[in-house]
Ligand binder design. Structure first.
Ligand code: SF4
Length: 358
């Protein structure tokens, strides 16, 4: 362990100016902070020049030792940094994290399913869409979708009794909230609908989120026109806003899914001192990181990896973890901000026909 007074000298003597990941460790060797840089030495030395009061000054004051690993390039540094932060959740990364939250759409697996915005994916058999970068917009708009289709949004603990079950259960149940009065819920809490009708509405919601149905938009359009005819312009304006939000949501879902599907390729990145790498990226996830092969044997090995990764069955949506979602967003952002990096990618089949030995 390198004690604080010696840290600067240690860094100056041992670190190199090349891409890497560094870790600042506290008294218990706990990881206080994980960072990345394309020039590790310069970056680390900059901490010692921080003005009092700056986050970097406070961090270096509390740091008892520093460790670092080199990586071949900036992309590798970015991905590794994100994975380590997710694994260790270092105090200084978490406290100073820029608020960039995202959410998923969940269709619950319940007798009367709900459509909810959620922060994480659980292995619970529900259907998930996402991730999406605008949680507040999502919450509002999923409320619109549930209301227009008559789906419930009450707690999961609400007892459910469909109309076709009333023979088995006591009659005379009353609605548990006012949504049935406004006609915005089919009322599966009191036998207000039969199970097949409710299931059909859920299916419509699912198809809408897959852009295979426009029914919710048509229903809102009809509602808006009725309100206009009745000269209820205030309500018509409310419905128009809902209509716009739902249209935006559907476009966003489709565009995002398309962008994630499109993030499937072999990405070649030149590395430090010729350590060029191939990143096998599938649906936004870095599945493999291998050397850019030079000889025939290396190309054979790489071709096998490319086939293994891209011909494997696609991962289930429900298997997507929060960490995976973060990685998808990070990879999407990398290519969005650096359009020229797309010149370095090849579709798996293109790569195989160009480089796999025959
Ligand atoms: S009417 Fe019943 S099922 Fe519908 S949201 Fe209210 S409590 Fe839930």
């Amino acid at each position: 362990m390198i004690l604080n007074p010696n840290l600067r000298a240690y860094v100056r003597q041992h670190a190199e100016d090349r891409p890497g990941i560094y870790r600042m460790l506290g008294p218990e060797k706990e990881v206080l902070y994980v960072g990345k840089s394309v020039r590790v030495k310069s970056r680390l030395l900059s901490y010692f020049r921080a003005e009092p009061g700056e986050k970097s000054a406070k961090l270096i004051r509390n740091t008892l030792s520093i460790e670092w690993d080199y990586v071949p390039n900036e992309f590798a540094a970015l991905v590794k940094e994100m994975r380590l932060i997710k694994r260790w959740r270092p105090r200084y990364n978490v406290e100073h994290k820029r608020k960039r939250s995202f959410a998923f759409i969940k269709i619950t697996r319940e007798p009367a399913p709900r459509i909810l915005p959620v922060a994480r994916i659980l292995p619970d058999g529900a259907t998930y869409f996402g991730p999406f970068p605008r949680p507040k917009f999502l919450a509002l708009t999923l409320g619109d979708l549930s209301h227009v289709l008559g789906l419930r949004d009450c707690p999961g603990t609400t007892p459910i009794v469909f109309g076709d079950q009333l023979e088995m259960f006591a009659r005379g149940r009353a609605p548990r909230c006012i949504r049935t009065q406004t006609g915005s819920c089919l009322g599966p809490c009191f036998g207000g609908c039969v199970s097949t009708d409710y299931a059909l509405k859920v299916e419509t919601a699912r198809r809408f989120l897959e852009a295979r149905s426009q029914k919710p938009l048509r229903l809102l359009q009809g509602e808006m026109e009725k309100a206009s005819v009745a000269l209820d312009f205030e309500y018509a304006a409310i419905v128009r806003d809902r209509l716009e939000r739902l249209g935006d949501l559907q476009r966003e879902v489709v565009a995002f899914r398309g962008r994630v599907e499109g993030l499937s390729f072999v990405y070649r990145v030149p590395g430090f001192k010729g350590n060029d790498r191939l990143y096998l990226i599938r649906k936004g996830l870095v599945e493999e990181d291998i050397p850019d092969p030079r000889g025939k044997t290396g190309r054979q090995r790489a071709a096998k990896k490319v086939e293994d990764v891209f011909k494997a069955p696609p991962p289930e949506m429900g298997a997507l973890t929060q960490e995976a979602a973060s990685e998808i967003l990070l990879v999407a952002r990398w290519f969005r901000l650096r359009e020229r990096e797309m010149d370095r990618v090849l579709e798996p089949d293109e790569w195989l026909s160009a480089y796999a030995p025959s």
